[in-house]
Design a protein around this ligand. Structure first.
Ligand SMILES: [Cu+2]
Length: 256
């Protein structure tokens, strides 16, 4: 009896913990009624083992970015950008690229995620001019947070939910450093390993914006009880818009 109860409650407890995380970041990111909140779930490219999450808030021309990553090559600089254009999506991780053994190089996926529109540097310029400002990017696994200004066009794109966060730098041969015979498709003075994409996540409207009603009240993880979490789950509150879309698609297919 006790055992069964524990088993059944665990997923809900996990969901509550997740809600706590989302609730806190959501509250911290939401700066006003005119702000747009986006979120990207970054998954690996080039078998890098890297992953991460990015939260982006846009208010006027001011952009706030928080980014956590794991699995990045340690003690090596990692260029990180918001790419905009193409299909505003990440490439299929199994795509055949022009790199060694079919590795995906940055330009191989330009049709998917477009070009660099924001350089997520730690300091100074954040324009595309700083796309490869190696000394101003995080090293190893990044815990990054910064607020900066973008152009009207970039702000507008982000408000529309367009853009992908891309982390670069992959140690293809696993020797702990950027090297190899092939040079970068972005800068001939750098090894391709230094600029090849390691992880990517398409920006999506976060649930606070995606859910016009109900989400705000029940999304507060500090007071949400087990019952509220269950209601959130039933209402799809934890599903991102994309996941919800995929779910709906599967349902339609299964009805045929
Ligand atoms: Cu990039």
């Amino acid at each position: 009896m006790m055992r069964t109860t524990t088993k059944r409650m665990l997923p809900l407890l996990a969901a509550t913990a997740m809600l706590g995380t989302f609730g806190m970041s959501g509250a911290a990111m939401a700066e006003g009624p005119d702000s747009t909140s986006l979120e990207a779930n970054l998954t690996q490219l080039n078998d890098s083992g890297a992953s991460g999450t990015a939260w982006v808030t846009v208010e006027g021309n001011e952009v706030h970015v928080k980014l956590d990553s794991t699995g990045m090559l340690a003690e090596a600089p990692h260029a990180q950008h918001i790419h905009i254009g193409g299909k505003n999506q990440c490439p299929d991780p199994t795509m055949e690229g022009t790199g060694v053994d079919g590795a995906i190089r940055t330009t191989d996926a330009a049709g998917d995620y477009g070009g660099v529109q924001v350089s997520l540097t730690k300091e100074g310029d954040t324009s595309p001019d700083s796309a490869l400002a190696v000394e101003r990017f995080p090293t190893g696994d990044a815990s990054y947070e910064r607020t900066f200004e973008v152009s009207d066009e970039v702000a507008e794109n982000l408000r529309n939910g367009d853009g992908s966060v891309v982390l670069h730098g992959v140690d293809h041969n696993g020797n702990g450093t950027y090297d190899g015979d092939q040079m970068s498709d972005l800068d001939e003075s750098l090894p391709s390993e230094a600029t090849d994409p390691a992880a990517c996540g398409a920006l999506e409207m976060s649930q606070m914006d995606a859910m016009p009603e109900g989400g705000a009240e029940t999304g507060d993880g500090t007071t949400a009880g087990i019952e509220n979490s269950g209601a959130m789950l039933a209402g799809g509150g934890l599903l991102t818009a994309a996941a919800a879309g995929a779910f709906a698609l599967r349902r339609r297919q299964s009805q045929k």
